[in-house]
Design a protein around this ligand. Structure first.
Ligand code: UDP
Length: 239
């Protein structure tokens, strides 16, 4: 049986920490990580090169620490470490599904993960290894969305898959407003001017200035990742 041809040869998948929550209110559902890994394996089989930027919001967000009276830079360092923990878990889950992976951390943590060396990362991708980026860009005051945009540009990914828990970008919060409509496509500038919660404005601006599209879709719906990789019309495309 011949496999369908994917729409992209190299993607950057942004997985929020929340995507690893499963049914838990906090922390990590390892079975959920395995399920996502199986879907990643499925699109790898189509011939797509995959880099993943993993978030940390299921464990800790810097802003939560600041709310509790911490200095922002220290709180963000804790957030960065949360992403490294998720990176280790995701690496384990992917490897249990039989994939070869490399974990790249933006903060030096040599016994756990490699440093970011662009040409080396490109080589990993060319060899079919799944690359997991953790620790965002390694600096406080940023998010893993901005880090996803930056790394996507550096590795020349064709698109950012922003995996979320809603099936696209809406005119309003669909949980609160029954009249909310989903956009099939939307321009970067409209996301910024309408203050739509897609990614933070630094991330969107970076994508806009460099013309990399973002596909926002619901990762909790099985098969969506494959549909996204095949270029089928799901979610919302920000362009
Ligand atoms: N963070 C940071 N710099 C970065 C990326 C992340 O300081 O470049 C910290 C920040 O505290 C953030 C936390 O790591 O709240 C977890 O990342 P994020 O909130 O983006 O995770 P997600 O929402 O995707 O789970």
């Amino acid at each position: 049986m011949t496999l369908p041809k994917p729409a992209y040869s190299r993607i950057l998948l942004k997985l929020s920490g929340e995507s690893l929550l499963g049914t838990k209110p906090y922390g990590l559902d390892f079975e959920r990580a395995r399920e996502i890994s199986r879907e990643i394996k499925d699109i790898q089989a189509l011939g797509v090169q995959i880099a993943i930027m993993i978030g940390g919001g299921n464990i800790f967000r810097g802003i939560r620490g600041t709310g509790a009276g911490m200095e922002r830079s220290s709180a963000d360092q804790m957030g960065l470490l949360a992403t490294v923990m998720n990176g280790i878990a995701l690496q384990d889950a992917l490897e249990r599904e039989g994939m070869v992976t490399r974990h790249i951390s933006a903060i030096e943590i040599r016994s756990l993960a490699e440093p970011f060396i662009r040409r080396r990362v490109l080589r990993h991708l060319e060899k079919g290894r799944i690359v997991i980026f953790s620790a965002g860009i390694g600096s406080p005051y940023f998010t893993t969305d901005t880090a996803a945009a930056l790394r996507a540009l550096e590795i020349k990914a064709e698109i950012i898959f922003k995996a979320t828990q809603v099936d696209g970008v809406y005119t309003a919060d669909p949980k609160l407003d029954k009249t909310a409509r989903k956009f099939r496509t939307i321009r970067y500038l409209d996301v910024i001017t309408k203050d739509l919660k897609v990614m933070d404005s630094t991330a969107i601006t970076l994508c806009k200035d460099n013309g990399i599209p973002i596909l926002v879709f619901n990762i909790d719906v099985r098969g969506n990742l494959r549909k996204a990789a095949l270029g089928q019309a799901i979610g919302t495309r920000v362009y």
